[in-house]
Design a protein around this ligand. Sequence first.
Ligand SMILES: NC(=O)c1ccc[n+]([C@@H]2O[C@H](COP(=O)([O-])OP(=O)(O)OC[C@H]3O[C@@H](n4cnc5c(N)ncnc54)[C@H](OP(=O)(O)O)[C@@H]3O)[C@@H](O)[C@H]2O)c1
Length: 163
Amino acid sequence: MHISLIVATDKNNGIGINGDQPAFISEDLKRFKALTTGNTIVMGRKTYQALPKGALPNRRNIVLTRQKDFFAPGCDIISHIEEIKNICSADEKVFIIGGGEIYKLFFSEAREIYLTLIHYSFEGIDTWFPEISPDQWEIVKKEGPYTDPKNGLSYSYLNYNRK
Ligand SMILES: NC(=O)c1ccc[n+]([C@@H]2O[C@H](COP(=O)([O-])OP(=O)(O)OC[C@H]3O[C@@H](n4cnc5c(N)ncnc54)[C@H](OP(=O)(O)O)[C@@H]3O)[C@@H](O)[C@H]2O)c1
C-alpha cells in the first residue's frame, strides 16, 4: 500500500475554519480529482459529512469513525487505522484527504505529500496540518505560484517525498 497525503494549507498550515475549508481553488479541485480518481481516498467522519454530495465518484471512499453503526452510502467504514492494512491491497494507491485528525493519524505512515500552499494567512483557522519538517521531507516538485482568477489567491503546488 502506498500512502500519500493530499492537502491545501495556508501560510500557517491552516486547513479548516468552522468545519469548512478556508478557500476553494477550482484548478486545485481539478488537480485533486485527477490525482485521486481511480485510486482510494481516506477521510475522517467530519470531512465525509462536509462533502456536498457524499462519496466522491470513481474512486474507493474509506471513512474513519468510532461510531459502530455509522452508514455512509458508497463508502467503506473503518474504526481503527490498522484496519486499512487489512482492507487495502499491497499495490493500492491511498490518498489521505483529511481532515486534521486523520492527517495526524497517518502522517508517520505517508511517503508523499501533495501540498497546495495558499500564500495567505486566513483569520479564524481552527484546524491545522502537521508541520512538514525539512529534516524528514524533501521537495521533489514545485509548480507556481499561480493566481486563482475568482478569488485572487496566489498558490503553489509542492510535492514532498519522505527522505
Ligand atoms: N484544506 C484541506 O485540504 C482540508 C481537507 C480536508 C478537511 N479539511 C478541513 O478539516 C476540518 C475537519 O477536520 P477534523 O480534524 O475536525 O475532522 P476529521 O479529521 O475530518 O474527522 C474527525 C473524525 O474522524 C474520526 N476519527 C478520528 N480519529 C479516529 C481514530 N483514531 N479511529 C477512528 N475514527 C477516528 C472521528 O469520527 P467520529 O466522531 O464519528 O468517531 C472524528 O470525529 C474541516 O474544517 C475541513 O474543512 C481541510
